[in-house]
Design a protein. Structure first.
Length: 437
């Protein structure tokens, strides 16, 4: 990129922070033309026209940047009239909006096509699932559920949380990666994994990362995908979810909010909900031997003590991992991620990481949003666009309380009085470490 004056660089930063500000972008284009950077001016004018189609100043700047000669002045009213001659075959009008004399907007669009991406990308519509005469989805059709193809998210992309990664490797991933050792030691692939902990701490991201590690499809299911007002439909939906995962194997089936899908039947008054839990137990076992081969079941919940005990029986969701608020490396990675596209200056991530101990991933995202809002409002009041600074972030952090505190208040009672069989030993260890027990 050619060298620019400090003013042009400052304007570039301001435009990056306010991409919809057309006058600001046109001012930048004007300075680029004055500095002889016509290609860059063309790109800025093209973006301005995307936001404000037909803007006369943007069109005029585009023409100047592309070297089109200015339009000739119109004939004076006092000039003698010239009798018009019969024209020959009139030229065909160019497509698109009216343009300045001699300016070919189609050619301009072709020239900047590789520089300026389209504002909106049209995605082809997915084929509709076949339906019965009454409009219901045909049972057994895989397109009734949204199965994500293998993607590039891996555990290495999850910042920090090394203890969680180590436990995932030992309990779940290592046997899958080493089939010969698995056969040697008689290690079964049956059973699933239950992730639990306070909300907003990345349980869903970890499940996607596990699917990425396995190179497997990913199918996420919540209570809205299963429950139905008509008797028997919820059980059918649960069966079809597992059938879809089996057809798409290898597939990670992620059951979100398991406490809603698999609530304790002793506390459930509605028989339909109890039948849904029974169906879930049946599907986890597999109707036939090896029916769930290649289906890896992961579940997440904030309240594991409300999950039916039968779901945690060996061979079902028998392995449990506590997902806690992010540690220091994870907080730094999350803050860096949420600030990456914002105009920031002189941010001490190490200091900010120390000041945000105890905040969840969702809290950290809210922190970055609040700091950006402070800088935006200040810029609007003063009329001068400024960067997001360390003070914005520290002041925003001082106003945010950890959203996980209410969860730990409830979990403390469970850890103290309902830790049968050492089910919540990890939670007890953490609470003692943080002196919350």
């Amino acid at each position: 990129m050619p060298d620019h004056s400090p003013l042009v660089q400052s304007l570039r930063t301001a435009v990056a922070g306010a991409p919809d500000d057309v006058p600001l972008r046109l001012h930048l284009a004007e300075l680029l033309i004055a500095g002889g950077h016509h290609d860059e001016a063309v790109a800025e004018a093209a973006v301005a026209l995307q936001h404000a189609p037909g803007d006369p100043q943007a069109r005029e700047l585009m023409a100047r940047a592309m070297g089109v000669p200015p339009q000739a002045p119109e004939m004076s009213a006092q000039a003698p009239e010239v009798p018009p001659q019969a024209p020959e075959v009139p030229p065909q009008a160019p497509e698109g909006p009216p343009s300045p004399a001699g300016f070919n907007w189609k050619a301009a669009e072709d020239q900047v096509g590789d520089v300026v991406p389209p504002r909106f990308v049209e995605t082809p519509k997915a084929a509709e699932a076949p339906q019965t005469a009454d409009g219901a989805d045909v049972p057994g059709d895989a397109s009734a559920w949204e199965v994500e193809a293998p993607h590039g998210v891996r555990l290495a992309d999850v910042g920090g949380m090394q203890d969680v990664k180590d436990r995932l490797e030992a309990a779940f991933l290592a046997p899958l990666r080493n089939p010969e050792l698995r056969k040697l030691y008689g290690k079964s692939l049956r059973g699933g994994l239950l992730l639990y902990g306070p909300p907003g701490c990345g349980k869903t991201l970890i499940a996607r990362a596990v699917a990425g590690e396995l190179g497997a499809n990913f199918l996420s299911i919540s209570i809205n995908d299963v429950l139905d007002m008509w008797m028997g439909n919820s059980e059918r939906n649960m069966h079809e979810v597992f059938e879809t995962a089996r057809r798409q194997a290898p597939c990670v089936l992620f059951l979100d909010e398991l406490d809603a899908l698999g609530a304790k039947r002793s506390r459930t008054a509605h028989s339909g909900m109890r039948n849904t839990v029974n169906q879930l137990l049946t599907e986890l076992d597999g109707i036939d031997a090896g029916a769930n081969e290649g289906v890896f079941v992961l579940a997440a919940t904030n309240v594991p003590w409300d999950v039916d005990n039968a779901l945690r029986r060996p061979g079902r969701l028998d392995r449990t991992i506590l997902v806690l608020p992010p540690d220091a490396p994870a907080r730094e990675a999350i803050l860096r991620y949420h600030l990456r596209d914002r105009p920031v200056a002189n941010i001490d991530l190490r200091k900010l990481t120390k000041a945000t101990d105890g905040l969840s991933g969702a809290d950290l995202a809210h922190l970055c949003e609040a700091a950006a809002e402070r800088a935006l409002l200040d810029s609007a009041r003063t009329g001068t666009v400024r960067m997001i600074g360390m003070q914005d972030l520290t002041e925003a952090a001082a106003t945010i309380s950890p959203s996980s505190d209410p969860w730990f208040a409830s979990a403390r009672n469970v850890a103290m009085f309902a830790n049968e069989g050492g089910m919540y030993d990890d939670l007890v260890t953490y609470l003692k470490k943080k002196r919350k027990l």
